[in-house]
Design a protein around this ligand. Sequence first.
Ligand SMILES: C[S@@+](CC[C@H](N)C(=O)[O-])C[C@H]1O[C@@H](n2cnc3c(N)ncnc32)[C@H](O)[C@@H]1O
Length: 525
Amino acid sequence: MNQLFYGDNLDVLRKKIKDKSVDLCYIDPPFNSKRNYFQIYNNIGKDDAAQAQAFIDTWTWNELADAGFADILTNQHDYTTQTIELMKGLKAVLGTGGLLAYLISMTQRINAIWRVLKPTGSFYLHCDPTCSHYLKLILDGIFCPRGGDFLNEIIWERTFNSGSSKAIARRFPTNTDSILLYSKTSEYLFNKATKPYSQGALKRYDKVDEQGRRFKWNPLKTVSAERLNALLAAGEAKITSTSKYPVYKHYFVEEKGAPVSNLWNDIGQIGTFGGERLGYPTQKPEALLERIIHASSNEGDVVLDAYCGCGTSVAVAHRLKRQWIGIDITYQSIALILRRLEDSFGADAVNQIVLNGIPRDMDAARALAHKKDDRLRKEFEKWAVLTYTKNRAIINDKKGANKGIDGIAYIVSGHQSTEKVILQVKSGKVQRNDIATLNSDRLREQAVMAILITLEEPTKPMRDEALAAGRYHHALLQRDYPRIQIVTVREMIEDQCRADLPLNLEVLANAPAINTSRQIDLLPE
Ligand SMILES: C[S@@+](CC[C@H](N)C(=O)[O-])C[C@H]1O[C@@H](n2cnc3c(N)ncnc32)[C@H](O)[C@@H]1O
């Protein structure tokens, strides 16, 4: 069963995911980079490259951090003594600031992930050199005292560029990420990974035997006298004056491939115009996740990504026939993942996903509208716009004159043309003036229609004002639409009311369609 959760992963992990139920967990959390990340949309209406804040990676010491520190110190959730002592030490050394707030948040979540991993499970933490040294201490404290182990620090050379001249003016360019790999117990699963031989490795197999097989001479350091004699007699080994040990023929077997080491320099970042690119910041390449999922899970196993962004890990897990659980705290991510899975695997695959945390009744919608959390800026508005337009709108983050517009969508108006539609979301009291203002915003934006999504019921004067704005005639469809449309959150939730407009699909880059059965045939045994 595949499950997608909209919410804070700490709540989801603690309340919704069973103990020892996950085979492989990969996370790519915010790195404490002290910046915020923006999603880029396709340039449909010839607007400036539209973008909206996707997630925040700036940390400050606040009540959440205070509560997290108390949670660890008072051992509310089965922390190890090493974790508790480490956090006390980090507080003494670092003081209460953004860095400690980040590390507390990570400690709580990694400890919750440890609980849901099966004894055979593995954990991959993707980070960069900003905090990898602190994160490794935290991981050691959570995994090692309970029978787990540190297995690898994978160095991923994500780019061959050296960065802007300012960034590298006074230091070496940083173009690697670290992926820390831990096992829950010594029973962990590991499927050996190989990659094609490099040209350098191939060159070393510079001899060819009578049967045309390429080989090189390797030293034979430990061998019984009996075995050595047999090899010498068969011409498979020889004794030379230049080598301390006898040497034997090491054949080149192309199908076996070269073992993958902890230095991953054969998987590039997604290019700006690459087919995989969805406009989501920090999107990771599918090849990276493919390697991880192959190495630490088998078909049918459960893969968890608790910070799933635009869903690279869940899309790859789906393609590789693993079950998966994805969690993200922003609705933009959830909407993007649903679109990505639909584009890649079809609507049926999406219909079979169990969706959790998405408002299904008015109480949940109200709770989302009134959530007080700085990290979740405009979540209610994003959910309303994306849900009503079936994930076919751009979230509008612009300030100033555009302040009142929460989303922009484009309708197909002719064979080569589109027209703009603006969306506004209101969670408080609404009145007739709001409609008048929305109509003037529509005119200023040169939009053919405007849609108001409201949590509170609209009044009769509001409905009259909307009617007075007239109708837009769609020449191609020979159909009239009200210029101002009002939809309530109740209609969206209880009647499943969705935009009945010829919305352009191209605001988000499309994920390529995937034929799952063919892909599986291509996988190595
Ligand atoms: C670096 S991105 C992940 C990118 C992802 N690997 C990909 O390929 O698209 C981090 C994600 O974590 C999410 N996130 C941050 N804090 C979270 C939390 N407490 N619970 C769930 N998701 C969270 C953000 O919304 C963001 O989408």
